[in-house]
Design a protein around this ligand. Structure first.
Ligand code: BES
Ligand code: MN
Ligand code: ZN
Length: 512
């Protein structure tokens, strides 16, 4: 799909040029203010009503078109329009609601509704005109428009045609998106479009890696993907193998990988957008390419979904891709411990005690609580970067799915500023998180009779005790943890990775 922004002059002349612009569909996204007096639409809608011989008034009278956000009417063109200089094959009139009432969440619904309607037509080239958008809103609406259009046309099967040899889902019509702007808005719109595209590209990479089967998307495959990214975008990458992981004394990470014949990898990928003196933001992603549970084996039903247990890692790579494409002027380092969690004669037993890289000992009471074991060593490793902030991203606990479902990612942090910045970045990007507690009182549940700590804290507050475990390894820097177990992929008929929380992370890095 191609995206371009096109400048039209201000005023009457610009409107004529917009109408004269040839397209399969011209979308007029307008503020509901314009149809407040529904017998007599105002602004651009008045002009359209005139050219289309009363179509707008008729649509309003028939209540096909209403003020409420998301209401829209699709009108097919005719010879009389063409004669009057309206060169679009179709018009889609789309109410964005009243600017002062609608929040970001509403825009997502509105734009999705319009894109769904467009997808049911054969329109390939769509021109979008946002009438009278408040400047501060434009950025996020346009980013959303690009992301949602791409989301709608993402087809895993078309990207990996060898995996499904029978006929693929029909490719969707939309191929070109033109964003109409004026000389005043052109710069801001083009920038918003660029950001939306970079985020969408990052999300696609994250989705691809999540959706790929675990026999293809192995730790080595993730490492190769990082190396390819580094080549394409001039990033620096370093990949450590088992020997180097042993030399670093990452006893917790090694305990998880020891039951698997697939070699582990420890990936460090760096974007240097600022002076090397500037402290980096470090993103740490859980990269379990398949989680059987190990000796504490998971039940069989739905176990295939544990191929998604590397979505934290995938979101780190997707975010690195997006910020590299945007040439972000900051230093960002992605760190990914990646391996499989398998049962075997070599596997860790419940009751085994291991020493983490930090020196703290862990009694592994449940081998299915493996995410925290690979993350704790990565979180110790990153101390060497003297980070400004560390954010880890992990499909860490089923308990987080019970607490928050598929709506919000779980956010845990001792640092109120960091937490607030991440929450607001998520709200703006419509990729939201919800803050969860991290009180010291929960640490009690991790007590072990035989080691410094146990790796599980029982069923109560399972996602909190998992975060509390990580907190013991993150005293050296400001830190936040995102539990994306409920948000990284969808189950059921629409099974597939979502690309979250790439929008949240990229927006955080852009804004803070
Ligand atoms: N990868 C899982 C978490 C998970 C489960 C994510 C289901 C999404 C859906 C994680 O490694 C795990 O198995 N966690 C255990 C922890 C428990 C043993 C303390 C869990 O959530 O059951
Ligand atoms: Mn597990
Ligand atoms: Zn897991």
């Amino acid at each position: 799909m191609e995206f371009v922004s096109k400048v039209f002059p201000e005023g009457q002349k610009g409107q004529q040029a917009l109408f004269a612009h040839v397209s399969d569909c011209l979308v007029i996204a307008f503020d509901a203010q314009l149809i407040k007096n529904s017998k007599k639409p105002a602004g651009i809608l008045a002009e359209i009503d005139r050219i289309t011989q009363g179509s707008v008034v008729r649509a309003l009278q028939a209540k096909d078109l209403e003020a409420k956000a998301g209401s829209h009417a699709l009108i097919l063109g005719n010879d009389s329009w063409l004669a009057q200089g309206l060169k679009a094959q179709r018009l889609l009139l789309l109410s964005m609601g009243l600017a002062k009432e609608v929040k970001n969440e509403g825009h997502v619904k509105t734009l999705s509704a319009a894109i769904k309607t467009l997808a049911q037509t054969s329109a390939k080239q769509i021109t979008w005109h946002f009438d009278q958008l408040p400047a501060k809103d434009a950025l996020f609406k346009i980013r959303q428009l690009v992301q949602l259009s791409r989301e709608h046309t993402y087809r895993f099967g078309a990207r990996y045609p060898k995996l499904k040899t029978k006929a693929q889902d029909a490719q969707l019509g939309m191929t070109h998106l033109v964003l109409a702007s004026s000389s005043k808005t052109q710069k801001a719109y083009a920038q918003a479009m660029k950001e939306g595209l970079a985020i969408a590209n990052g999300m696609d990479l994250t989705k691809d890696l999540g959706n790929l089967p675990p026999n293809i998307c192995t730790p080595t495959y993730l490492a190769q993907t990082a190396k390819q990214l580094a080549k394409d975008f001039a990033l620096k990458v370093e990949v450590l193998g088992r020997k180097e992981i042993e030399a670093l004394k990452m006893g917790a990470f090694l305990a998880v990988t020891q039951g698997s014949v697939t070699p582990p990898q420890f990936i460090v990928i760096r974007h240097q957008g600022a002076s090397s003196k500037e402290a980096p933001v470090v993103l740490v992603g859980k990269g379990i390419t398949f989680d059987t549970g190990g000796i504490s084996l998971k039940p069989g039903e739905g176990m295939d979904e544990m191929k998604y247990d590397m979505c934290g890692a995938a979101s780190v790579l997707g975010t690195m891709r997006a910020i590299a494409e945007l040439k972000l002027k900051r230093n960002v380092i992605g760190v990914i411990p990646t391996c499989e969690n398998m049962p075997s004669g070599h596997a860790t037993r419940p009751g085994d005690i291991v020493t983490s890289m930090s020196g703290q000992t862990i009694e592994i009471l449940n081998t299915d609580a493996e995410g925290r074991l690979i993350l704790c060593d990565a979180l110790t490793y990153v101390e060497r970067f003297k980070p400004a902030a560390v954010i880890d991203i992990a499909t860490l606990t089923g308990a987080c799915v019970i607490a928050l479902g598929a709506v919000h990612s779980g956010l845990f942090s001792r640092d109120d500023d960091l937490a607030e910045n991440l929450l607001s970045a998520g709200r703006q990007a419509q990729d939201t998180a919800w803050r969860m507690p991290l009180d010291a009182a929960y640490q009690e549940q991790l007590k072990s009779n035989f080691a410094d700590m146990a790796n599980i804290g029982g069923r109560p507050a399972g996602s909190v005790t998992a975060a509390c475990f990580l907190a013991r390894y993150t005293e050296a820097y400001p830190w936040a943890h995102l539990d994306i177990a409920g948000t990284a992929w969808k189950s059921g008929a629409a099974k597939g990775a979502t690309g979250r929380p790439v929008p949240l992370l990229v927006n955080y890095l852009l804004a803070h």
